[in-house]
Design a protein around this ligand. Structure first.
Ligand code: GLP
Length: 276
């Protein structure tokens, strides 16, 4: 059974493994979309998101979720002219999520990693987010080095949409999962400030290789060494982690709850979190 606790003001939902974790995150998104059919979602790519999107597609196939009015903004995209289109993060999203649900093409937003004018492109993206009314629910993964989006260590809390140089460890991690023909040196990403402007945030982390980053994000000093630690400055954040990702946290005793009770529990325990 999953369990819940608070650490430094952040609500943490602990799932046994990534399979249950994926179900939990998908249920939280479903709950949110019940209350706001035209909601604006901030989305992430990466291995962590696969069980999340799989479960969302499952819920959609049971006619329990409608994406036709939903708008999405992905966090980031590789900035590179040489990688193949099938290696772009946009393709990951098409393959693992967009192609399987009723989301409308015109409602999908992505940074253009082939742009010849970075500042115009970053400005355009921020304007689109603003026009959509801002991001209601931002889903995040976390890098092993504590990055969120592609906001690598060193990114300031005030950083906005921009081009970033990827750290060696990030290039290695991304290459392992995405199996790229050439690892991009740069990416475009929304900034930490943009992420903190979202009304609600859910950070998802599965696996032992994320345990140090999760610990530093929740228990370490808030600062640009671990950009995910800035999330503690936001008043509406939930971390959904599996037991391995939570294994380095101070105190993993949590009160257990049945998964079917998740919607009620989230409503009860995060009143502030869930009010729109
Ligand atoms: C990538 C992405 C992030 C993602 C993170 C973790 O670099 N830019 O948005 O959350 O790294 O990826 P994974 O889930 O594959 O570990």
């Amino acid at each position: 059974m999953p369990s819940v606790r608070y650490l430094n003001g952040i609500k943490i939902i602990l799932a046994k493994d990534k399979k249950t974790g994926g179900r939990i995150v998908a249920s939280l998104i479903q709950e949110f979309l019940k209350s706001k059919k035209n909601g604006v979602l901030g989305l992430a790519t990466g291995e962590t998101m696969i069980p999340v999107y799989k479960n969302l597609i499952g819920i959609y196939r049971k006619n329990k979720i409608d994406f036709s009015g939903v708008k999405t903004f992905n966090l980031d995209e590789y900035f590179d002219n040489e990688i193949k289109d099938r290696e772009r993060l946009r393709n990951f999203m098409d393959k693992n999520f967009f192609n399987h649900v009723s989301i409308q093409g015109k409602n999908i937003n992505f940074l253009d990693g082939k742009t010849t004018n970075v500042s115009d492109e970053c400005r355009r993206y921020e304007e689109e987010i603003k026009k959509a009314g801002g991001i209601d629910l931002q889903i995040l993964g976390i890098g092993r080095n504590g990055h969120v989006g592609f906001n690598e260590p060193g990114s300031s809390m005030r950083s906005r949409t921009r081009r970033v140089k990827l750290k060696e460890s990030t290039k290695k991690d991304n290459n392992q999962f995405f199996k790229l023909s050439k690892v991009p040196e740069y990416a475009l990403t929304i900034g930490v400030a943009n992420i903190l402007e979202a009304r609600k945030i859910i950070l998802v982390a599965f696996g032992k290789n994320k345990s140090a980053a999760v610990k530093l994000a929740l228990e370490g000093k808030i600062g640009n060494k671990i950009p995910a630690s800035f999330l503690r400055k936001h008043n509406n954040v939930i971390f959904v982690v599996d037991e391995s990702a939570a294994s380095k946290l101070q105190d993993v005793n949590m009160s257990r709850f049945a998964l079917r009770k998740l919607p009620t529990l989230v409503r009860e325990k995060t009143k502030a979190n869930l009010e729109h």
